[in-house]
Write a protein that binds this ligand. Structure first.
Ligand SMILES: N[C@@H](CCC(=O)N[C@@H](CS)C(=O)NCC(=O)O)C(=O)O
Length: 107
């Protein structure tokens, strides 16, 4: 690799790190064997949106806390930063009306 190639690679790394820093964290509260949770993760992957998962399987207290926090009884419950998006259907609806990417990466 020539010197100017590695300089370009360095700049690209910097740009990537900066854009990742500007992104809000997407958190998926999930359980295992939950098809809507899998669908939500696949959909976010298809949009190249990083996500973190909080698996509530078998943790009744954590599940109750999520019901309290979200007002919903189903999983997944998806948050972008502090914003409660809702379930998988809500995630898709938000994206369909053009609201997902601006929420994830406000720039
Ligand atoms: N419309 C919801 C459906 C979610 C749903 O039905 N989730 C199931 C698991 S895949 C659920 O939480 N069922 C109730 C339960 O497990 O207690 C969505 O799109 O997220």
């Amino acid at each position: 690799m020539q010197a100017h190639d590695s300089a370009i690679v360095g700049l690209l790394r910097l740009a990537l790190a900066r854009s990742l820093r500007r992104m809000n964290t997407v958190t998926i509260y999930s359980t295992t064997w939950c098809p809507y949770c899998v669908a939500a993760k696949r959909f976010l992957d298809s949009k190249k949106v990083p996500w973190t998962e909080i698996d509530l399987t078998g943790d009744d207290d954590a599940r109750a806390a999520l019901v309290e926090k979200s007002g919903r009884r189903t999983v997944p419950q998806i948050y972008v930063g502090d914003v409660h998006v809702g379930g998988y259907d809500d995630l898709r609806a938000l994206d369909n009306r053009g609201g997902l990417m601006p929420l994830v990466a406000p720039g």
